[in-house]
Write a new protein. Structure first.
Ligand code: BES
Ligand code: ZN
Ligand code: ZN
Length: 483
């Protein structure tokens, strides 16, 4: 999709369709002659409500306010309403919150995110035909906008939304089409396209690196595991950041097999790793002045004669022993080794990990919100704040010493599950903290994206299925750190 910014008045622009946002029920920009039609159609201008006036070639969409979140979901809803229709070129005015060009970024993000469909496995496609969007700097409140500043935001929005859609595509791909080797080749191809370094570790090297817990999880699968290391190394880097992603291309639960109903959608267990790939793509394209390393543990958790078992004791890369009591708590085992490897390879100012780690996180905070954990209140607060600025929902879940005791083991250094039914997101986070070196203790945050990464209905600017959770959040945070 192409975007064109112009100082031309909206009425002077030729297009198939005009999009008009109705802000907070204020119909001041509607065409007088449309009033009756809109009324007849029952259009009230509520947030994300759409009304297509076919004869007039105008699409009306409601937005509750001029806040970024409202504008983003409004433009996304407009695109969703146009899926399967034959409009190719639309025009729209600019709606800003007091002239701030971030509003424009939100609008453009909404257009691209709302236009997303995943139809790889459909014979009949229902994709959007819109190829061109012309945005007039005709502003809703008559603000004069700087076209240079505006176009910078449009460009950033395109990079971020495209990267989010890239992540969505990987997550939505079936486990038979996307297994660890494929994850690695997607990473290599993307790295080549945007100019990142990409190093892939295969089983032999994983063995040499003593990543025995990761290898144990992978053992029963016919698809061998990979650890992917992507590097963005600009000339004048302000700081170093490490990202780590859980890339379970399928999670059957292993011998602690998941019940049938819970196994469906577990292709999405690679969402953390896929988010790391999308983030790396975006920051390379933006050429952010920060050195960023992305590590992805790509593994398939299956059953078979060679499967790792409840009762096994595994030795992680840092030498800690882990009693396995449930093979479905595999994400933390994979992440333990990848976190150790990442810290051995790079000493960073911050470490962030992304994982669809626990169902408990979804139970606790719902489907739309990520859980943010770690040892530093400051780092957690920074993640929560930037999530909000980026249009994602995240909330801090605090560690405590009582829950920490529940992952003690009688026979090893630590157990891979807790002895209580409650607080599962936090105990998983506290398990991971055992694999964070002292030097990184207060520089790490764990982001459990089990809820928002994959939802089986459309919500806000997100489609049914993968949302690309974590991408917008982390790009925004990295932009902030780069300032
Ligand atoms: N991948 C799952 C967590 C998950 C559940 C992600 C639902 C997305 C939606 C993870 O590997 C898992 O199975 N966790 C177990 C841990 C338990 C055995 C301690 C869980 O949450 O039930
Ligand atoms: Zn699992
Ligand atoms: Zn899992």
């Amino acid at each position: 999709m192409n975007f064109e910014l112009t100082i031309a008045k909206i009425a002077e622009i030729k297009a198939d369709l005009e999009l008009i946002l109705v802000i907070d029920n204020d119909f001041k920009h509607h065409f007088v002659q449309d009033k009756k039609l809109l009324k007849k159609a029952g259009f009230e201008g509520g947030q994300d409500e759409t009304c297509l006036l076919i004869g007039e070639n105008r699409l009306y969409v409601g937005a509750g306010s001029l806040e970024s979140t409202a504008l983003r979901t409004a433009t996304a809803s407009a695109m969703k309403a146009l899926l399967g229709k034959n409009y190719k070129h639309i025009k729209v005015s600019t709606y800003t919150n007091k002239g701030c060009t971030y509003s424009l970024r939100a609008m453009v993000e909404g257009f691209i995110l709302g236009d997303y469909t995943f139809e790889t496995y459909k014979s009949q496609k229902n994709e959007s035909k819109i190829k061109h969007i012309t945005i007039s700097l005709d502003e809703y409140n008559g603000m004069a906008l700087d076209i240079e500043k505006a176009s910078v935001q449009v460009h950033k929005a395109q990079i971020i939304a495209d990267a989010t859609n890239f992540t969505r595509d990987i997550v939505n791909t079936t486990p038979d089409d996307c297994y660890p080797e494929v994850m690695a080749s997607i990473a290599e191809g993307m790295a080549e396209d945007v100019g990142l370094k990409c190093h892939v570790l295969k089983p032999k090297q994983l063995k040499k690196e003593k990543m025995e817990t990761l290898l144990a999880v992978a053992r029963a699968s016919r698809h061998t595991p990979r650890v992917i290391h992507l590097t963005h190394k600009p000339k004048k880097a302000k700081m170093k950041v490490t990202l780590v992603g859980k890339g379970l291309t399928y999670d059957s639960g292993g011998l602690s097999l998941k019940p049938a109903d819970y196994m469906v959608t577990m292709k999405s267990d690679k969402s953390g790793g896929s988010a790391v790939m999308g983030i790396m793509k975006a920051i390379a394209e933006m050429d952010l002045p920060i050195e960023v390393h992305g590590f992805i543990g790509a593994v398939e958790n299956m059953i078979g004669g060679d499967a790792y078992k409840p009762d096994d004791v595994l030795v992680a890369k840092n030498g800690k022993t882990i009693e396995v009591r449930n093979t479905d708590a595999e994400g933390r085992l994979v992440l333990a080794d990848v976190l150790c490897y990442a810290q051995q390879e790079v000493r960073s100012d911050y470490i962030f990990d992304f994982a669809t780690l626990t169902g408990a996180c979804v139970v606790g905070v719902g489907h739309y919100t990520s859980g943010v954990m770690g040892n530093s209140d400051e780092v957690k607060a920074m993640v929560v704040k930037e999530a909000k600025n980026a249009g994602e929902l995240a909330t801090a879940l605090d560690f405590n010493p009582y829950l920490k005791k529940t992952i003690k083991s009688e026979i090893a250094d630590i157990c891979n599950i807790s002895n209580t039914r409650y607080g599962g997101a936090i105990t998983a986070g506290q398990f991971l903290s055992e694999f964070i070196d002292k030097k990184h203790t207060d520089k790490w945050a764990h982001i459990d994206i089990a809820g928002p990464a994959f939802v089986e209905h459309a919500w806000g600017e997100n489609p049914h299925g993968a949302s690309g959770a974590g991408v917008r959040l982390m790009v925004k945070l990295l932009e902030k750190l780069a300032k």
